[in-house]
Design a protein around this ligand. Structure first.
Ligand SMILES: O=C(O)CCC(=O)C(=O)O
Ligand SMILES: [Mn+2]
Length: 201
């Protein structure tokens, strides 16, 4: 897969790192990954249980792991969907770029601007100590915000087609992130977050 020219930008002023590489994938590679995933990934709509209530997530997703291990988060046990050559290729590119190792990926499909992901940190214990998370964006541009837990300082950016965001160090301890809803985005976006997940079953 062809990789475009690299120019990385650090988004966080303190307490961890979030490096953005806007042109991680070439436009052709990003187009091809987007279409393959949109058409062939076995998308699911999951529900999470909050305060005893089942709430459907405002997006579709799938969970994949290299060794097909299940994963639990927010009370949800996810059976992995198939690992594919495309995921191997993207995982390898992310490993080279971030100098970290990954064994799984959560893939999200935001069908349009009504789909979103609320404020959270990827700080569950199965992500391990100071996790590195490599996040590839495909399709529509979407706003992505980071907010410091104590100072409330907020960093706003836009994740574009073919970009890579690598969050590492103390970022999950000190910063929350979200993909807010928007009325202006009508087209789908796919995001893949590669992680190293420690077995939690
Ligand atoms: O869609 C994104 O850019 C963020 C996804 C995310 O934060 C996650 O999957 O934990
Ligand atoms: Mn996250």
């Amino acid at each position: 897969m062809h990789r475009a020219e690299q120019a990385a930008v650090e988004l966080l002023p303190c307490d961890g790192s979030a490096m953005l590489l806007p042109n991680f994938l070439s436009v052709d590679a990003a187009d091809s990954c987007f279409l393959q995933l949109l058409q062939h990934n076995p998308w699911e709509q999951c529900s999470i249980t909050m305060f005893g209530k089942k709430i459907a997530e405002p997006r579709l997703s799938t969970w994949h792991s290299v060794d097909n291990q299940p994963y639990v988060y927010s009370g949800l046990r996810r059976i992995p969907a198939a690992w594919t050559p495309l995921l191997s290729e993207l995982l390898e590119l992310c490993q080279v770029e971030s100098a970290a190792r990954f064994n799984s990926v959560l893939i999200n499909l935001y069908r349009d601007g009504r789909d979103s992901m609320g404020w959270h940190a990827d700080n569950e214990k199965e992500n391990g100590f100071e996790p590195t998370i490599a996040s590839i964006s495909l399709g529509s541009d979407r706003r992505f915000d980071l907010r410091h837990r104590e100072s409330k300082e907020t960093i706003r950016t836009v994740l574009t087609h073919g970009s890579l965001l690598v969050m590492s160090g103390k970022s999950q301890d000190h910063w929350l992130h979200q993909v807010p809803k928007t009325k202006v985005v009508l087209e789908p976006r796919i995001n893949l977050t590669f992680r190293w997940v420690h077995s939690n079953l």
